[in-house]
Design a protein around this ligand. Structure first.
Ligand code: NDP
Length: 597
């Protein structure tokens, strides 16, 4: 197949498609849900229950009850630290999986590696890729198994986090008037909980119904999160703005339910094969203890171009990197393995993959013009790769209409519908699948400021980009720990693997501080600087290349400076090396770079 690709023409096409989409406003094209849309941030899943404000103290407060917080809580409990309190804005644990209940929601990463602590909780995933209710259920299972519900506060938004040097405690203020003192605080805030909206002209004027995918309105659509059909849409003309990973999963469901469905597309997603199947429970139960750790390391090794005897997960993620790796090896003989040969191998395997993805569109979508419009013209990792076996076929339904905007996006919204290229489409309902705050500042995403020693704000400390050690510790912010992939392993294909390791590290540090009676634990300024220098020496920052079509992977096509590179950076030798390194770092008991006072 590769022999038939005209690479120069392909590069030219990619450039032309990118240029159409570049826009000067970058991230500023998106707006926060305010005013008419303020209720998009409300919690539709629980009734608010009034309670008295709390003025008490806990050993560890965990802000955020998603997998980052849950796994850290579990590791703390395992380390003997049981006075732990999760503080969460949603009505339950689950984080992104609490909020996102759109029809068809599922995880694109195989459940055997994505669902954390499977052995500890005794759960065996039902399918290779599981649906959102099972993932949410698993989050609840972790909370139950480790007793994390007992002391948790839900529907409680943190409004500020302030360090009190005199007492060596953090003071957590919340929207419910709580003032909670905590000896240690762990923050796992995640990027996928604050919805953003496209700043399309007239968005405020739409007179029909509208909602964002992260708060699916089943009261309007009918049906349920568990899969009941959306009968409320049988007489509705529904429009969708956005065709990213979220939309790809729910469009097949809306295609079945809506009288007419209009999909407004700015950039098509790449849709690779899903190939889901049931997991053999007996087989999993026969595995030797420690199997999940082996699967995790097997997946991350293959996903980052390494070698293993077998591919345990075997999916689109490992396929991408195995192809690149194998091509590099094949070219070693002819071109050597210098940086140029590596780039060439990467480019060639990417071209081959994308040709396959485009050929699949032709094979599935009957109407040639629709098929043409659904083809992605960029390198696969420029945007979040998608995997689905029903998405493309949905466009063969006579009631489903692809409205391609040729990279320009929806032009205008008015009281009765949407304008694209001078054409008006009348709609009863608009679903915004326009994504989440990913590229904006930490405090905007968190919704509160964190003030460390001498009142220094975390947002100020990071004005020139994230500065941490391991992505966990920040100088000037004692007894505070962050749980996120950035500046650690930075493994994007399986985010929970980052959390499992960061959680274990935090638990080891807290247990040690308690054991030695330290009131404060803090990374030294030198150790933080050394880590940042190490990261800066790396080319591994997770930022799509500048010739990519814009998206949140590449700062929406805006220049990527030191700050963006730092924010998206990871351990120079890659995730596998990071996981080995951090295991040794915490197991040695020396905690190099930290001061226990
Ligand atoms: P995205 O940010 O990926 O997608 C937003 C979509 O809105 C894009 O298609 C964008 O087009 C489109 N858009 C924005 N403005 C306009 C406009 N003016 N007119 C028309 N279209 C517009 O959000 P998602 O919610 O889809 O996904 C967010 C992330 O959530 C994913 O990247 C992934 O990390 C995660 N996710 C993970 C899943 C999993 O399996 N683990 C499942 C689902 C989501 P354009 O591409 O041109 O910018």
């Amino acid at each position: 197949m590769t022999g038939t690709i005209d690479r120069e023409a392909l590069r030219e096409k990619y450039r032309a498609e990118r240029d159409k989409r570049l826009r000067p406003d970058g991230n500023a094209q998106y707006i926060e849900p305010k005013g008419r849309f303020a209720h998009f941030l409300d919690d539709p899943y629980v009734e608010r229950v009034e309670r008295e404000p709390l003025h008490d103290e806990v050993t560890v407060a965990i802000i955020g009850g998603g997998f980052a917080g849950l796994v850290t809580g579990a590791r703390l409990v395992q380390a003997g630290v049981t006075d732990v309190r999760i503080i969460e804005g949603g009505g339950d644990v689950g984080g992104a999986w609490y909020w996102n209940r759109y029809p068809g929601a599922m995880c694109d990463t195989a459940a055997m590696v994505y669902l954390p602590l499977l052995e500890e909780t005794g759960h065996v995933p039902t399918m290779k890729y599981v649906l959102a209710p099972e993932i949410y259920g698993h989050a609840r299972r972790i909370a139950t198994t480790f007793g994390l519900y007992d002391n948790a506060l839900f529907s409680t938004a943190v409004t500020s986090l302030d360090w009190d040097e005199a007492s060596s405690r953090w003071i957590i203020s919340t929207a419910r008037g709580d003032r909670i003192r905590a000896r240690f605080v762990s923050m796992g805030l995640g990027p996928l909980h604050r919805p953003k909206l496209p700043g399309i002209e007239g968005i405020d004027s739409f007179g029909g119904h509208c909602f964002h995918t992260s708060r699916w309105d089943y009261a309007y659509t009918g049906g349920s999160y568990e899969g009941a059909p959306m009968t409320g849409l049988a007489d509705k003309r529904v429009g969708i703005i956005g065709t990213g990973a979220t939309a790809v999963q729910y469009i097949p469901h809306l295609g079945r339910a809506a009288k007419e469905l209009y999909v407004f597309q700015r950039t098509p997603s790449s849709i690779d094969v899903r190939n889901n199947h049931a997991i053999d429970r007996e087989m999993v139960e026969s595995f030797e203890p420690g199997w999940q750790q082996r699967w995790l390391m097997n997946f991350v090794t293959l996903q980052t171009g390494g070698f293993t005897d077998e591919d345990l997960v075997m999916d689109g993620w490992t396929d991408i990197t195995k192809r690149i790796r194998d091509r590099m090896i094949a070219q070693m003989g002819t071109n050597g393995l210098g940086p140029e040969a590596m780039l060439k191998a990467y480019e060639e395997s990417d071209d081959e993959k994308m040709e396959e993805i485009r050929a699949r569109v032709d094979a599935v979508v009957a109407d040639p013009a629709t098929a043409e419009a659904l083809k992605p013209w960029y390198r696969q990792l420029c945007k979040r790769p998608c995997f689905h076996d029903e998405y493309l076929d949905t466009f063969n339904r006579s009631s489903v209409h692809l409205v391609d905007t040729d990279g320009r996006g929806v032009e205008r919204i008015d009281e009765t519908g949407v304008w694209v290229g001078g054409r008006h489409v009348e709609l009863d309902c608009i679903v915004f699948a326009s994504g989440f705050e990913v590229g904006t500042s930490y405090s905007r995403r968190a919704g509160f400021e964190t003030a460390g020693r001498d009142g220094e704000l975390l947002s100020e400390h990071w004005a020139e980009g994230m500065h941490t050690k391991h992505g966990i510790h920040v100088h000037g912010f004692p007894n505070l720990f962050l749980v996120a992939p950035n500046q650690g392993a930075n493994l994007i294909s399986n985010v929970t693997h980052n959390y499992v390791e960061q959680g274990a590290t935090i638990a080891a540090v807290v247990a040690h501080a308690l054991e030695v009676g330290a009131e404060q634990v803090e990374v030294t300024a030198e150790a933080e600087q050394a880590w940042v220098r190490l990261l800066e020496g790396s080319v591994r920052a997770f930022m799509g290349s500048p010739d990519c079509t814009p998206g949140y992977y590449n700062n929406e096509g805006q220049p990527v400076g030191r700050k963006e590179r730092l924010n998206g950076s990871g351990y120079p030798e890659g995730p596998v090396a990071y996981f080995r390194y951090i295991d040794e770092w915490r197991s040695s008991g020396e905690f190099e770079g930290l001061e226990f006072r």
